[in-house]
Design a binder for this molecule. Structure first.
Ligand code: COA
Ligand code: MG
Length: 286
């Protein structure tokens, strides 16, 4: 499986031109231009125009460009969807997805427009998390789940405080369903952007749970997310040792190898090769 780097996915309000310019130099893997909750109702149209202008102007290099739209049932949602997709956003992030039909409706609009954009779904309602498998299969454009823990906690009457005990079932379920259907999956934001220690702990937990990366709200969160969601130098070195041990065993005609008292099978070698390729992809980004 090819893993696309999505370690750091930085939101910026659609109205913040300074942030849009800065993003061309920031080390984030993904830029998420927001039209939803960070933009006031009276500024929605202006924000949409600004984002379209950014997408037209380009200059974002290898960064994946995503637009979070307002829900298609709002007065802005349909226009957001068409504008983002026509302007060349690589993905459109759908907020507050409650079921497969939300994604299907958006997918049909994109099909009719004949554009290439994928769909990403925010998992931030109880119905959405429960119906994750149906959402995952709803439309071939659906490519990723993004946890929305602030809205989710509000709906659950639950707490997002570390170590996120009240969220664990939803986090694990979303990762499980994403992997079962070959989707990407992003952990939620950490709103206290000055709390470096808390953020590092949240990233470590997200990486351990299996997320591809973290949604971010501030540039100062990028470096820690990039480190937490990339293979460590030790892991890469270990992967090379696994590959070498297995190749040596194959040359001797054996189907399995032993390394440091552990059994190494073909599946471990596949995993090691994927990790090395992912690390090389990240290194190539500089
Ligand atoms: N993307 C890009 N650049 C950003 C940024 C972001 N999300 N947040 C801040 N910056 C830039 C600022 O423009 C500023 O640049 P400058 O010093 O070169 O002018 C620099 O980083 C420092 O910003 P700072 O003063 O620390 O932040 P702030 O207090 O002005 O803003 C927030 C704090 C939280 C309001 C802001 O970071 C933000 O809007 N984040 C995104 C919110 C969002 O999109 N939410 C929706 C998803 S949950
Ligand atoms: Mg939300």
């Amino acid at each position: 499986m090819i893993r696309r780097p999505r370690r750091s996915c930085l939101y910026m309000p659609g109205t913040n031109a300074r942030a849009h310019d800065k993003a061309r130099e920031l080390a984030c893997d993904v830029v998420i231009f927001d039209l939803e909750d960070s933009v006031a109702p009276e500024a929605k149209a202006e924000a949409r125009n600004r984002i379209v202008a950014c997408l037209d102007a380009g200059g974002y290099g290898a960064r994946e460009l995503v637009v979070r739209i307002n829900h298609p049932a709002t007065v802005w949602g349909r226009d957001d969807l068409a504008a983002a997709a026509r302007a060349g956003a690589q993905a459109v992030l759908l907020p507050k997805v409650t079921g497969a039909e939300d994604v299907r409706v958006a997918g049909r609009v994109l099909d009719d427009l004949g554009v290439a954009a994928r769909l990403w779904a925010m998992m931030e309602t109880a119905r959405g998390v429960l119906d994750a498998p149906a959402i995952a299969e709803s439309h071939p454009r659906l490519a990723l789940f993004a946890m929305g823990l602030e809205d989710f906690a509000k709906e659950l009457h639950a707490d997002t405080a570390p170590p996120r005990m009240a969220m664990l079932y939803a986090l694990e379920r979303t990762v499980l369903v994403a992997r079962a259907f070959g989707l990407g999956v992003l952990d939620g934001v950490y709103p206290a952007f000055d709390d470096d220690a808390g953020f590092a702990a949240a990233c470590a937990q997200g990486a351990a749970l299996g997320f591809d990366g973290k949604q971010l709200i501030h540039p100062r969160q990028i470096a820690a997310a990039n480190a937490a969601f990339a293979p460590s130098a030790e892991a890469v070195a270990e992967a090379h040792r696994i590959i070498a041990a297995f190749e040596a065993a194959r040359e001797r005609g054996a189907g399995i190898a032993v390394l440091d008292g552990r059994m190494i099978e073909a599946l471990h070698v596949d995993e090691a090769r994927t990790l090395v390729a992912f690390a090389e992809d990240i290194a190539a980004r500089g």
